[in-house]
Design a protein around this ligand. Structure first.
Ligand SMILES: Cc1cc2nc3c(=O)[nH]c(=O)nc-3n(C[C@H](O)[C@H](O)[C@H](O)COP(=O)(O)OP(=O)(O)OC[C@H]3O[C@@H](n4cnc5c(N)ncnc54)[C@H](O)[C@@H]3O)c2cc1C
Length: 489
């Protein structure tokens, strides 16, 4: 008998979502990730959980409705990682007329939401905090509700849940070869050691690596996809209000500017065709200038390329079927036949619809296994067992119990761990009970937790994916963290 029912290659959001869905439906699952979970495109997304009102312009009504329903699911199952925000589109005299934006948002409200988010509204920004950061001519903005997500933590907590339900998650495990017969025999280089596992089916969920893994590892015909790079920039905070601005750019695209880690603003996205090694995706200077120009059209405070403190870039693939691309949905292919173990390929698609995509992908395998019904829409991710509108109460409770925590620190911990925060803070009565400090926020207790429960191995795993504390950590703290992790592993 094969070691596993399903071996998943790739630990991005698509891979871990399939692992979670499949293990909860009774399959024996292993997931192989060559680096860190979320180390590919999944930690460079625009961090939006949304229906995508721009889809209305393209008349993708059903797609928008389905994504809005998924937004409600995420709010229900991940209220710590997914936060509601007001998105504001300033009216621009040279862009879409006001009536069009207003009617989009009315329809958007209609297509959503049973989750109690506020309805869309027209705002006079001359008398509203939204106007403070904008150039003078902008008098009106159209507001609607959507959400933001901590994308890389979504990947990690989905994997934590999959593991808690019995999936084997191996990071630092590169799949190098696969022999296909009635079952699959996979060769991996697992932290330097050669390992072999067998599985009844394989899922190739390797994002931008999908065609090369198909060709060189699985040795099948690669799917017809096009590689695309998307990039965003981070600058010092440009505005004080807790909104996301959505700017109509002169090329018709919508550019967003979102609060990022308290002291910064994230602006995105620039995208274009990608060629090269998906492990090295650098943002082009033209793309940086493009996003600066788009922001400068609206914000009072001008930004130049030298103001960019970090860039986020990822590559993934989009289906290129008869020239049409449905970026949101991604692509799904099932290849099987007499004497040929099934191969499922899932690639592309956005963060909002990842859970649904995984549910559909695993359902494709029902002819091969007895499986229990779909379940992920109602099961909270670890730490997400509270209502989204009780987030502030959770923070208050944490501050009541661990009085030495500042408000910002308590908020960060609840946003990252939800109710699991107690597993990190335990019986601590003062800050020093949590071990050494690395910068103003990170403690030895949190680092140990991340190493033991969330597969963190290196400082970057913690500073850029389990958190974004890398934005503010000083080099000396970083070195101390590296030494602490080396001594703790
Ligand atoms: C142009 C573009 C625009 C996008 N826009 C949006 C958007 O507006 N909103 C949104 O929500 N999302 C957007 N996304 C989607 C999002 O960023 C990701 O695509 C999504 O998170 C799913 O990623 P993934 O799991 O397929 O791939 P990845 O996160 O890249 O994961 C693939 C993983 O496979 C691993 N791997 C590769 N080869 C091997 C091997 N041999 N063995 C083991 N592991 C291997 C890699 O290390 C990697 O971690 C966009 C994507 C693109 C390309």
């Amino acid at each position: 008998m094969a070691d596993y029912d399903l071996a998943i290659i790739g630990g991005g959001l698509n891979g871990v979502s399939i692992a979670r869905d499949a293990v909860g439906r009774g399959l024996r699952v292993i997931l192989l990730e060559q680096g860190d979970l979320g180390g590919g495109a999944s930690s460079a997304s625009p961090r939006l959980i949304h229906g995508d009102f721009a889809g209305l312009e393209r008349r993708h009504i059903l797609r928008v409705r389905s994504a809005l329903a998924e937004r409600d699911v995420w709010l229900r199952i991940a209220p710590h990682l997914v936060r509601p925000m007001r998105f504001a589109i300033p009216a621009h005299s040279e862009e879409r007329p006001d009536w069009q934006l207003r009617s989009w948002l009315l329809l958007y409200d209609r297509l959503g939401s049973r989750s109690g988010l506020p309805a869309s509204a027209t705002v006079d920004v001359t008398h509203h905090p939204l106007g403070n950061a904008l150039k003078r001519p902008f008098g009106t903005a159209f507001e609607c509700s959507d959400c933001v997500v901590d994308d890389s933590r979504l990947v990690v907590l989905t994997a934590v849940d999959a593991a808690a339900r019995g999936a084997v998650i191996r990071t630092g495990a590169r799949c190098t070869r696969a022999e296909r017969g009635k079952e699959w025999r996979l060769v991996t280089i697992d932290r330097g050691f050669r390992q072999v596992v067998t599985a009844r089916a394989v899922a190739n969920v390797t994002g931008a690596w999908t065609p090369s893994v198909a060709e060189t590892v699985l040795r099948v015909t690669p799917p017809k996809v096009a590689a695309v790079q998307m990039s965003q920039i981070v600058v010092s905070r440009l505005f004080d209000c807790d909104n996301i601005y959505v700017f109509q750019n002169s090329d018709g695209r919508l550019i967003f500017a979102s609060p990022y880690e308290r002291d910064f603003t994230l602006i995105g996205t620039a995208s274009h065709a990608f060629k090269g090694d998906p492990a090295i995706v650098a943002m082009a200077a033209d793309d940086v200038a493009y996003l600066c120009d788009a922001a400068n059209r609206y914000f009072r405070e001008r930004i130049e390329t030298v103001d960019v403190v970090r860039t986020l870039s990822g590559a993934n693939v989009v289906p290129s079927l008869a020239g049409r691309r449905h970026q949101r949905d991604g692509a799904m292919l099932l290849d099987h036949g007499r004497g040929k173990a099934p191969l499922l390929t899932v690639c592309g698609g956005d963060v909002t619809t990842a859970r649904l995509r995984a549910e559909r992908a695993v359902s494709e395998l029902t002819p091969f296994y007895p499986m229990s019904p779909r379940w992920t829409a109602n099961a909270p991710l670890p730490g997400g067992d509270f209502a989204w509108n009780r987030f502030d109460d959770e923070v208050e409770e944490v501050r009541e119990r661990w009085r030495f925590l500042g408000e910002d620190q308590a908020k960060r911990l609840v946003a990252a761990y939800g109710t699991k925060v107690k597993e990190i803070l335990g019986d601590a009565r003062e800050r020093s009970d949590l071990g050494p400090a690395f910068g103003s926020e990170l403690t030895g207790a949190e680092v140990r937790y991340l190493m033991q429960k969330e597969w963190a191995r290196f400082p970057d795993d913690i500073l850029w994916r389990r958190s974004k504390l890398g934005m503010t950590m000083q080099p000396a703290d970083r070195e101390a963290l590296a030494a602490f992790m080396a001594a703790s592993s």
